[in-house]
Design a protein around this ligand. Structure first.
Ligand code: NAD
Length: 368
């Protein structure tokens, strides 16, 4: 059993713009070390296409074991056209999937926040998204993406049949629902649980287990159930009705992408993937921006580092128990946006366009 080392952070910048945005996170961590007397120990290594190029594998055992002993893994992004034609097992994304699976990161937290300064960037009307602040909790290691049996098989009539299996157990549902209820308590105290209990037995079990947990341990949190297709509609019609949404792997994949697009700002949204706490209260976790490696803008110094910096704010809050520092970092981002600084992806009339590193420096200067 590999022990987690407190305050040890592994940076895995990955491919494309990953190294550009993680460089800004590194500057932020170094600022906290120098100015707040924090003792974050930083390590950095390869994962994704860059690891394949050097070692012939998207993640080496050595890097994987490093991730196991770190309290926080900060990932940039992996993938790009260069590696698109590799065998499935060698693809850069395998690094991500391996980390999520082997670190047992079962709860994926995806906030969808509409920054007041960027309300016009959404495709929805300002009054629908202004003030939006939703947290989607997606189950990440179960359900149809992992269920057995799976595969493509020939069948008797000469056709082929593709099979995937949607399965959930009580404990898989309960542990992710607990994360959602605990988060709701620190927010607006409302959980909406989404499944398809009308047509799927696993969905029926999901609904029953979430309700039972609520009645036993979380009576003080407001719980409602919603069919996942209705949730997709409600997210467009009246997204501000939601506080925390908890759902399974497949529906969470789609609903969280949909919710993030309400805000119209891919370069701003962070995410966290959390594991279970051990008996010492320690937890493995990985933090990453929701965007990909953006091969179309790599090397131009125009990538927006805010999603990655806010991912580190989530690490401060959820892994390192440093709520004040997380608040300060989030406020620094808001202040910079209030000052009118924008990277190219979020530029609008009257605002000042800045590079990736100038944006990072500006956020750090607001922390001062
Ligand atoms: P993408 O998120 O990389 O890019 C989509 C668009 O958003 C592009 O126009 C890009 O320039 C822009 N964009 C993204 N992040 C930005 C940022 N921080 N600042 C400014 N602009 C930004 O999605 P894609 O183009 O579909 O995928 C590109 C590659 O990334 C693919 O290989 C894909 O597999 C991979 N990918 C990786 C992850 C991950 O590592 N978690 C997630 C999604 C996609």
């Amino acid at each position: 059993m590999i022990k987690i080392k407190k305050r040890k952070i592994l940076l895995l910048p990955g491919d494309g713009i990953g190294p550009e945005v993680i460089q800004e996170v590194k500057k932020v961590i170094q600022w906290f070390n120098s100015n707040k007397s924090l003792d974050f120990e930083i390590d950095q290594d390869l994962a994704g296409g860059c690891s394949f190029d050097k070692h012939g594998t998207p993640i080496t055992d050595e890097v994987f074991y490093k991730a196991l002993e770190c309290e926080v893994v900060m990932l940039g992004a992996v993938g790009g056209p260069k590696w698109d034609n590799l065998d499935f097992s060698k693809k850069p994304e395998r690094a991500l999937l391996k980390l999520r699976k082997e670190l047992k990161l079962f709860a994926n937290l995806r906030p969808a926040i509409c920054f007041e300064q960027l309300v016009d960037a959404s495709t929805l009307k300002p009054e629908i998204v202004s003030g939006l602040d939703i947290m989607i909790v997606r189950e990440l290691t179960g359900g149809i993406y992992f269920g057995e049996p799976r595969g493509i098989k020939p069948i008797e009539n000469g056709e082929r049949k593709g099979v995937n299996t949607h399965t959930y157990t009580t404990s898989e549902i309960v542990r992710v629902a607990k994360v959602a209820f605990d988060l709701a308590k620190k927010r607006s105290n409302k959980v909406t649980s989404c499944e398809k209990s009308n047509v799927m037995e696993a969905g029926q079990l999901w609904r029953e287990e979430v309700q039972e947990l609520h009645d036993k341990e979380y009576k003080d949190v407001e719980l409602s159930h919603m069919l996942a297709d209705n949730c997709a509609m409600q997210l467009l019609k009246n997204p501000k009705q939601f506080d925390v949404i908890v759902t399974d792997n497949l529906f969470g994949d789609m609903l969280s992408d949909q919710a993030s697009m309400l805000t119209g700002s891919l370069g701003l949204l962070p995410s966290a993937s959390l594991g279970a706490k051990n008996k010492d209260g320690e937890m493995r976790a990985m933090y990453e921006p929701i965007h990909g490696s953006a091969p179309d803008i790599v090397g131009q110094g125009i990538a927006n580092p805010i999603a990655s910096i806010l991912s580190f704010a989530m690490a401060l809050r959820y892994s390192l128990d440093l709520d004040n520092e997380a608040d300060a970092l989030e406020k620094a981002v808001q202040d910079v946006l209030n000052d009118g600084l924008r990277t190219k992806d979020i530029i609008s009339e009257g605002m000042k366009e800045v590079s990736t590193s100038v944006m990072g420096d500006a956020i750090i200067s607001k922390l001062q």
